[in-house]
Design a protein around this ligand. Structure first.
Ligand SMILES: NC(=O)c1ccc[n+]([C@@H]2O[C@H](COP(=O)([O-])OP(=O)(O)OC[C@H]3O[C@@H](n4cnc5c(N)ncnc54)[C@H](O)[C@@H]3O)[C@@H](O)[C@H]2O)c1
Length: 249
């Protein structure tokens, strides 16, 4: 199936982690012919991803931005528009498991400001360009755990992302913009639990999942490619679980 993504411009936040979902998304969209803006607070990682996708024959830039800081987000979008003149696809992948002592205000500030407010900042900065184009695809990142409440504030912030996804789908649908979310299962990235899990703990988790596997970077990238293509034009406001059946909605 031709996804029709050739020459589209895709901004992927959090694509600096070399073992993360974001890099796999950037590479997969580049293989489909998209030009890539690789954004991350880790600029060295973002540069590595941009170089890798350039090797696939598309154009790419790396931009440093902490998505919880609105001034940096504005600069990121300005740099993207200066380079490409448009943004067709926004993948709000950057996220954090949080930080600070449990139930502290510090934990709230990190967890909510990155996962929830950061997604809000980036979309607010990009949406006016998509609205002007009357075309756009936005994919937000929730988490499988948001469906269960496991994970405290992180789960709550990721559930809030689902709320934003629905609100934006209604707001931007008439402008030709699809807004969906992905709720990934446990993946072997730099992220949260697995980065610190023992092989036994990993296996116990795998045994509890219907598909008896972790969620791979490519599982997520494939779903993003589908959602940002016109093949899925009639899908909006949805959150797709990509988690081996861990949570069934
Ligand atoms: N890995 C999992 O098990 C899992 C499960 C569910 C959801 N997710 C979500 O998937 C997304 C990608 O995470 P990952 O698993 O690839 O983790 P990762 O840690 O490998 O990658 C996350 C990337 O986001 C970047 N980032 C973090 N905070 C940022 C900020 N404030 N501004 C800009 N960039 C920032 C990091 O530098 C890193 O490059 C996140 O939104 C995460 O919440 C991950």
């Amino acid at each position: 199936m031709d996804l029709g993504l050739k020459d589209k411009v895709a901004l992927v936040t959090g694509s600096g982690s070399q073992i993360g979902f974001g890099r796999a998304i950037a590479v997969t969209l580049a293989k489909e012919g998209c030009n890539i803006i690789s954004a991350d607070m880790d600029i060295e990682g973002a540069k590595k991803t941009a170089e890798e996708v350039k090797g696939l024959g598309v154009k790419a830039i790396a931009v440093k931005a902490d998505i919880s800081k609105n001034d940096e987000v504005q600069e990121m979008v300005k740099a993207s528009i200066a380079e490409f003149g448009r943004i067709d696809i926004l993948v709000n992948n950057a996220g954090t498991p949080g930080g600070g002592p449990p139930n502290s205000e510090e934990q709230w500030d990190i967890t909510v400001n990155v996962n929830f407010k950061g997604t809000w900042y980036v979309t607010n900065a990009v949406a006016p360009y998509m609205t002007k184009q009357k075309y756009g695809k936005i994919v937000n990142f929730s988490s499988a755990v948001s469906r269960s409440g496991i994970g405290g504030l992180y789960a709550a912030a990721k559930e809030a992302v689902i709320g934003l996804t629905k609100a934006w789908a209604r707001q931007f649908g008439p402008q030709g913009i699809n807004v969906n979310a992905i709720a990934p299962g446990m993946g072997d990235t730099n992220f949260q639990v697995l980065a610190h899990a023992t092989p036994e703990q990993k296996q116990m988790f795998i045994n509890s999942v219907p598909m008896r596997r972790l969620t791979s970077q490519q599982d997520i990238a494939n779903t993003v490619a589908f959602l940002v293509s016109d093949v899925s034009s009639d899908i909006t406001g949805q959150t797709i679980q990509v988690d081996g059946g861990d949570f069934m909605i």
